[in-house]
Design a protein around this ligand. Structure first.
Ligand SMILES: Nc1ncnc2c1ncn2[C@@H]1O[C@H](COP(=O)(O)OP(=O)(O)OP(=O)(O)O)[C@@H](O)[C@H]1O
Ligand SMILES: [Mg+2]
Length: 255
């Protein structure tokens, strides 16, 4: 479904991702984890063709997203749902208008039909009746859900979610986890989800990819990740700070 080959991503001279290769199977939920700043959001933006790689190939459903023309890109956008890390809602539009946005962009549905779809999508993410509110009137968790409703507007078969639960309290976060798994089942969707919370990732992931520095250091099922012999992976799972006398990231900070 998704095939990444030797992806190199850079901002100017700063190589953020170096030679990343992985595949995501149909209906799989792949969770991307790694320290803040290691390039998870950058990776996601390359998967959806928003950023062009320095080198390497990203293929989605047989289409090379790094070389799409405008027309192909529009078709691609039609089958893909994206939740950006910040939620990405347009602040000047109501929640309803936000969810309707992709429908207005990509379909010729009549307004009353769009209204029904919007209601349905908001209901699906557990936010019935908020169409007329402005994003500023929503709580953090509600904003994420509204962003998710917008990502679902076009009945996508591929979903990219950047930190859908980060910053939420554990109960609301667990609710969104359940929702993610349910959405995969209802939409028969393939998902790439960036997440910070280990328990939550273990719960929803079919496989987990762990990035470190600019490399992919581990990729496997939650069981395989738990059993990893990589000392960084174990440290990451235990949420331990580096020991200053052994060098590493925290040691750099303390210097
Ligand atoms: N638009 C940009 N221009 C230049 N550098 C950038 C840009 N976006 C990100 N970077 C750099 O690329 C690196 C990876 O950033 P990215 O946002 O992908 O990390 P992340 O893993 O998503 O972090 P977080 O967990 O904090 O969201 C960082 O060092 C960041 O400073
Ligand atoms: Mg990020």
């Amino acid at each position: 479904m998704i095939k990444v080959q030797n992806l190199v991503a850079a901002y100017g001279g700063n190589v953020v991702l170096d030679d990343i290769s992985l595949e995501v199977d149909p209906l799989e939920i792949l969770v991307i984890m790694g320290q803040s700043g290691c390039g998870k959001s950058t990776f996601l933006r390359h998967l959806i063709g928003l950023q062009k790689p320095r080198s390497g190939v990203v293929e989605i459903d047989g289409v090379n997203v790094t070389q799409m023309d405008h027309r192909e890109y529009r078709t691609f956008c039609r089958s893909v749902g994206v939740l950006f890390q910040s939620g990405g809602l347009f602040n000047s539009m109501t929640v309803g208008e936000n969810v309707a946005f992709p429908l207005n962009e990509h379909t010729r549905l009549a307004d009353p039909v769009i209204e029904i779809v919007v209601k349905l999508k908001l209901q699906q993410v557990g936010l019935p009746g908020v169409e007329d509110l402005m994003p500023a009137q929503l709580s953090g968790g509600m904003k994420k859900r509204a962003g998710l409703a917008r990502a679902l507007a076009l009945d996508p078969t591929i979903l990219f979610l950047d930190e859908p639960t980060t910053g939420l309290d554990p109960i609301i976060g667990a609710g969104i986890d359940d929702l993610i798994v349910r959405i995969r089942d209802i939409y028969k969707a393939t998902m790439v989800v960036v997440a910070h919370d280990i328990a939550s990732s273990m719960r929803i992931a079919d496989r987990i990819a762990i990035f470190r520095g600019n490399a992919l250091i581990e990729l496997g099922t939650p069981e395989q990740i738990r059993a990893s012999t990589d000392s960084y992976v174990q440290q990451f799972l235990r949420r331990e700070a580096d020991k200053p006398d052994e060098g590493g990231y925290a040691a750099d900070l303390l210097r």
